[in-house]
Design a protein around this ligand. Structure first.
Ligand SMILES: Cc1ncc(COP(=O)(O)O)c(C=O)c1O
Length: 400
């Protein structure tokens, strides 16, 4: 059905307010779709590792799909023990398989944690900048997100004072992404201590998304490389991750929640919740151990490419001193900083680049960056496309 016509029909029906008021594509995404088919189109935002030309030797883990575990499915709401043992081994840091619960993705893990911790109308504090994920996931559970912007002072810093002032009677949790997507920053050890202390004082849970934690590129010396290093946090801590990033296997659909500190008491209620869905497939659970064994070699390929792309960008930037990039402590993206010239916000800039050069980059506002002047590039982009894309867009980013 035609999208515009469907939108008109929908207005005549009653659907839940949990969904966005409009699902029509933005002008920018319509432009992207229109340009995508052009032969000269280059996508500098690709972040699906299965479509970035990596040679991952996929055959290694597929025999697990024919295993007895898959053929004789035994439902366990927490997930199969062998998969949880493999995940505990992958993380180390004294994680026990009994403190792990499997989900079909990290996004699903968020939904289950929101269900676990919040009643409709409750609030969670979420970081900004960040991957655009939380608002919709929270709204679908009938809860609100309150965006707390990091402030930029040499690096993006968590605004603990703003977080504290935003805590109200209906606040239930704080979400952090370590390292952040797209700013690439790990929490500092000091930030971690402040966040955990704030959550303990206010009786809040701390949700730590660590899907990119194994992709450290230029970490600062005081980076907290994983929240799991704090073996005894003062507040309930839920760490989220999944095969989609850890093993570059988004198609397998396997995520997990690690329970730390007082959160360990939540295994039973979470298992009850998971039991209503049993959404994790037997095949995903069966491949977990083999996929995690193969994961370090796969991540090395991604890290090598990200390093090479950063070197390439730095070489280019020597010719354009009015442009710069932020350090990438970890993750798959780099923030390119440009002077904000008259009347051109980041969406207008990305749109102009797409129209003039057929190169797609993300405007910073896509990730809720609290100020203009940033474009986001994916470091997973095949190097030849990355170089060619830069050679087309950088001359089009003028001094003022
Ligand atoms: C920070 C962050 N968390 C979670 C996800 C979703 O991961 P999954 O594919 O496991 O749902 C993404 C996706 O890119 C992400 O960037």
């Amino acid at each position: 059905m035609d999208l515009q016509y469907a939108a008109v029909m929908l207005r005549q029906m009653r659907i839940s307010n949990r969904l966005p008021a409009s699902l029509l594509p933005t002008a920018f995404s319509m432009l992207v779709e229109a340009r995508r088919e052009a032969p000269e189109f280059l996508d500098l935002t690709v972040s699906n590792p299965t479509q970035c030309g990596f040679d991952f030797a996929e055959g290694a883990w597929t025999p697990a799909l024919a295993s007895e575990e898959v053929l004789r499915y035994k439902a366990d709401p927490c997930g199969s023990l062998p998969a949880r043992v493999a995940i505990a081994t992958h993380h180390g840091c004294g994680v026990h398989p009994e403190d792990i619960l499997l989900t079909a993705s990290t996004s699903e893990a968020y939904s289950w944690l929101f269900k676990l911790l919040c009643d409709p109308g409750d609030q969670v504090l979420v970081p900004s900048p960040s991957y655009p994920l939380f608002e919709h996931l929270a709204a679908l559970e009938g809860i609100e997100t309150v965006n707390i912007s990091a402030y930029f002072h040499e690096r993006w810093c968590s605004d603990i004072t703003a977080l504290e002032s935003a805590c109200g009677p209906r606040t239930r949790a704080i979400v952090v992404v370590n390292p952040n997507n797209p700013s690439g920053q790990f929490l500092s050890i000091g930030e971690w201590k402040d966040l955990a202390a704030l959550c303990a004082t206010r009786d809040l849970a701390l949700l730590v998304d660590e899907v990119f934690a194994d992709f450290a590129l230029e970490p600062a010396v005081d980076s907290l490389r994983t929240a799991l290093l704090d073996g005894d946090p003062p507040c309930p801590v839920f760490v989220l991750s999944g095969l989609s990033k850890v093993a570059l296997l988004p198609q397998v659909k396997l995520g997990w929640i690690l329970l730390r500190g007082k959160a360990r008491a939540c295994l039973e209620p979470l298992a009850f919740l998971a039991d209503q869905y049993l959404s994790v497939s037997a095949s995903a659970q069966a491949v977990a151990a083999t996929a995690l064994l193969a994961a370090p070699a796969r991540r090395t390929k991604v890290l090598d490419r990200a390093h090479d792309n950063l070197i390439c960008l730095d070489e280019f930037l020597k010719e354009y001193p009015h442009l710069s990039r932020l350090p990438v402590e970890g993750g798959w993206s780099v923030l390119l900083r440009r002077p904000v010239y008259h009347g051109a916000d980041d969406v207008a800039c990305a749109k102009r680049l797409l129209e003039e050069t057929s190169v797609l980059v993300h405007p910073g506002s896509f990730f809720d960056l609290p100020m203009e002047g940033y474009l986001v590039l994916s470091l997973l982009t095949p190097p030849r496309n990355f170089r060619e894309g830069l050679s087309r867009i950088l001359p089009r980013l003028p001094v003022d």
